[in-house]
Design a protein around this ligand. Structure first.
Ligand code: TGC
Ligand code: FAD
Length: 391
């Protein structure tokens, strides 16, 4: 299957990309067309994670794309990372989620905060997809407010003991390596590498989701799990650790959701030119044109914000607040585009024969995870007033 539409680029943002960016984007675009689009509707309908895609994504360079080649990764820049996320989420948010978690929430903390031994042990296998990762921050009673987490790690001399639970964790049921955030005996947040098979560690699946149905979600339960001392990330302490990882993942989402929005908009544009009512294509009605024009304006805004964020990130000048603003804006516009596109398709808009309803349902998770819509608004509010409205 090939995507049979022209990708919107109203402000010629392609001219701002390098040849390498376009080559990376084309490769992922072609892979999504060939491998994801033919199976994703059924995976979603059946609530099944398409595990066979993992190794292929490794071969594609979708895991840790910006981590150096020394660790078996592609060593690309941040713009390429963003473009990869955009193309994957055009396929489905679940596929982008898998890559976001693996890259920014598992490989990135090992690369940035880990020892050289930890990097060499885990990064090459995570890059190929031989190992799958998960990131445990959210707890049953602490979602937006992770600073109050109750999961604890206690020093027992030769080892640590980990107790507590994490909830709503992407990839949990199949994860080989989990980056878990817990407080130590002094109440300081530490990052821990928890490995599948450790005694006292279980990861049951969370079922009955109406969103991200092609992604696996689960809990991480720790009942006196013995953690070897070499499994602590040595170079980070405090909430800044998980939040730094979240900045990287939120950046990827800011790009990713543009892919979902493009898929919805382009599908609706094409449909509106073909669907005849009152003896005319519905695209000829002013109300349809208003919807399409507003959708393209929103996508263009999102593209410009993501591109600028990418260049600031490449120069290491981006602020977490800029990322929050872009994640919030771009997810919001993607949801609006999905809802308007669904209307343009009428009854067909709810059919699995088109991707729109699937994207719309997925985006209801994306607007909540990695910081809710309102939390990102308050981060912007804090940044511009200097006054925190949390708590
Ligand atoms: P606060 O006092 O503001 O900050 C604590 C320390 O962290 C620093 N910091 C950041 N550093 C890097 N990047 C960021 N984005 C940062 N935000 C804050 C801050 O400078 C401070 O450093 P230091 O050195 O002074 O200690 O902390 P707070 O407790 O007031 O919390 C603030 C708040 C609400 C913004 C934060 O906790 C938050 O972002 N809450 C939302 C939680 C969240 O996003 N959870 C996501 C869980 S993971 C997930 O959803 C994965 S989905 C995966 C998928 O499938 O794609
Ligand atoms: P709550 O924090 O309880 O918030 C509920 C509502 O209250 C929200 O509207 C929120 O905006 C609002 N609210 C909270 N505090 C304030 C305030 N101070 N002011 C105003 N409004 C406020 N987490 C992980 O750690 N790892 C993962 O891999 C992961 N994957 C996920 C996958 C899926 C499919 C989903 C749905 C979630 C995932 N999460 C993951 C969890 C996600 O990060 C949390 O759901 C999110 O941070 C919000 O937490 P909560 O659901 O507990 O909502």
């Amino acid at each position: 299957m090939n995507t049979n539409y022209k990708f919107p680029d109203y402000f010629q943002i392609d001219e701002l990309l390098t040849d390498e960016h376009k080559i990376v984007r084309s490769a992922v675009r072609a892979w999504v067309d060939k491998t994801v689009l033919p199976i994703i509707d059924q995976a979603n309908q059946k609530h099944e994670f398409p595990k066979h895609l993992v190794k292929e994504m490794g071969e594609l360079g979708a895991f840790g794309p910006y981590i150096p080649e020394k660790y078996g990764c592609p060593g690309l820049d941040q713009m390429s990372y963003g473009l990869i996320m955009q193309e994957l989420e055009r396929g489905d948010s679940a596929i982008r989620s898998l890559a976001s978690v693996q890259s920014s929430l598992v490989m990135y903390p090992i690369y940035k905060f880990g020892s050289e031994e930890q990097r060499l042990k885990f990064l090459p296998k995570l890059a190929t997809g031989e190992l799958i990762g998960a990131f445990g921050l959210t707890e049953p009673n602490y979602g937006s407010d992770p600073g109050n987490m109750i999961t604890r790690i206690s020093d027992k001399g030769d080892y640590f003991l980990l107790n507590g639970a994490k909830m709503w964790i992407t990839n949990a049921p199949i994860a080989d390596v989990c980056i878990v955030w817990a407080k130590d005996d002094s109440g300081i947040v530490k990052g821990i590498i928890v490995e599948k098979g450790m005694e006292g560690f279980s990861a049951p699946e969370t079922l009955n989701k109406w969103s991200l149905r092609a992604s696996l979600t689960g809990e991480l339960i720790f009942d006196n799990v013995k953690i070897p001392k070499e499994n602590i990330l040595p170079n980070i302490k405090g909430l800044k650790g998980p939040l730094t990882c979240l900045s990287s993942a939120r950046y990827g989402i800011a790009w990713g959701v543009i892919g979902a929005a493009i898929d919805c908009y382009a599908t609706a544009l094409q449909y509106s030119k073909e669907r005849i009512q009152f003896s005319k294509p519905i695209a000829s009605f002013q109300l349809t044109q208003k919807k399409l024009a507003e959708m393209l304006t929103k996508i263009t805004n999102a593209q410009l914000m993501a591109w600028r964020l990418g260049s600031l990130r490449n120069e290491d000048r981006v602020t977490p607040a800029q990322i929050s603003m872009t994640k919030r804006h771009n997810v919001q516009i993607a949801l609006e585009v999905a809802r308007e596109s669904r209307q343009i398709l009428g009854a067909m808009g709810i059919s699995g024969d088109y991707p729109i309803m699937r994207h719309m349902m997925n985006l209801e998770s994306v607007i909540t995870y990695e910081g809710t819509h309102d939390i990102h608004l308050l981060i912007t509010g804090n940044d511009i007033t200097g006054i925190s409205a949390f708590g």
